[in-house]
Ligand binder design. Structure first.
Ligand SMILES: CCCCCCCC(=O)SCCNC(=O)CCNC(=O)[C@H](O)C(C)(C)COP(=O)(O)OP(=O)(O)OC[C@H]1O[C@@H](n2cnc3c(N)ncnc32)[C@H](O)[C@@H]1OP(=O)(O)O
Length: 264
């Protein structure tokens, strides 16, 4: 049985990631597209156009955990920066009405679409075990603790990232691959927010100074340019007051159709 609340939350999260502004009203319109068999047409055109997606069973049967919300492992820097951006996600007008601010927090779940594969459905075992790479460590604070905020007006996004003890590379410092993973995740999320579904085609990374394990850093991404299917994004990893540069990167993302992932 599918619980609409969970579906609603995920679909809302996906809509936010895809850069679609949704009010309660137009979201409900999409929810009302659920068929009697309990399947959902996702609310953006590129996915609606893939017939297969519309008849797939929804992969979640419970309220999913949003991993981008604070937990007890978050240190003071992580919490302070979360509050700083989160407080700008909603503003109060003079007549006491609440409105979206310039920033949006993107929710983050540890499972993505169940059937995205090279044309042939994954085996049932893999389907049930597949988890987002950055969200697959159970112990809170041990791996990637992060939250992404996007600013559509400035076409910019920031990620507050606290690197856990399982991400060690050089003694006491974060592994370069873990840093690359976060850069790919955040630049990829930003490119998706700006351009819809994309895949990383190219990532260039310069490591300038090591990141201490357990510390909190900021990843700041901005759009360099868009050319047809290509979205160019750059990213800087700095300490929390941006006075020290740890890493800088540029990424090229190519727009894809969902058919690319489904093997179409
Ligand atoms: C919430 C979590 C978010 C996480 C986000 C993480 C994102 C990821 O990690 S994605 C996984 C890693 N990436 C991949 O596996 C992608 C594998 N590669 C591919 O699938 C394909 O090569 C793909 C889709 C990138 C491009 O293929 P395709 O759509 O056929 O494009 P193609 O026709 O080859 O090239 C189109 C244009 O891009 C250019 N291009 C393609 N690849 C590159 C490249 N690596 N460098 C520079 N230019 C490139 C081509 O030269 C061409 O340019 P032009 O139009 O000017 O001639």
């Amino acid at each position: 049985m599918i619980r609409t609340g969970g579906v609603q939350q995920i679909a809302r999260g996906l809509c936010q990631i895809m850069g679609r502004e949704i009010s309660k009203g137009n979201f409900n319109t999409n929810i009302s597209q659920m068929t009697p068999r309990g399947t959902l047409q996702l609310p953006w055109s590129s996915i609606n156009s893939v017939r297969t997606m519309a008849v797939l069973p929804w992969p979640f049967s419970f309220q999913p955990r949003d991993f981008s919300l604070p937990n007890s492992s978050w240190g003071s820097d992580m919490r302070r920066l979360y509050e700083h951006y989160n407080s700008q996600c909603e503003v109060e007008t003079d007549d006491g009405e609440k409105k979206w601010g310039v920033w949006r927090r993107l929710p983050s779940y540890n499972r993505s679409l169940k059937y995205a594969t090279g044309g042939v459905y994954l085996s049932k075992i893999i389907q049930s075990k597949a988890r987002l790479f950055t969200r697959n460590i159970r112990e809170q604070g041990a791996g990637f603790e992060y939250v992404v905020f996007v600013n559509k007006q400035e076409q910019k996004c920031v990620c507050v990232f606290q690197a856990g003890h399982l991400l060690e590379g050089p003694p006491g410092h974060v592994h370069g691959g873990a840093i690359a993973t976060m850069i790919d995740t955040v630049t990829g999320t930003h490119a998706t927010y700006l351009s819809g579904p994309v895949m990383t085609a190219n990532l260039n990374i310069n490591y300038r100074s090591p990141i201490s394990l357990g510390s909190t850093v900021l990843l700041t991404c901005s759009l360099d340019k868009k050319e047809g299917r290509k979205t160019f994004v750059s990213c800087q990893v700095t300490n929390t007051d941006s006075s020290k540069l740890h890493t800088e990167a540029t990424g090229l993302f190519l727009s894809i159709t969902m058919g690319h992932l489904l093997g179409g």
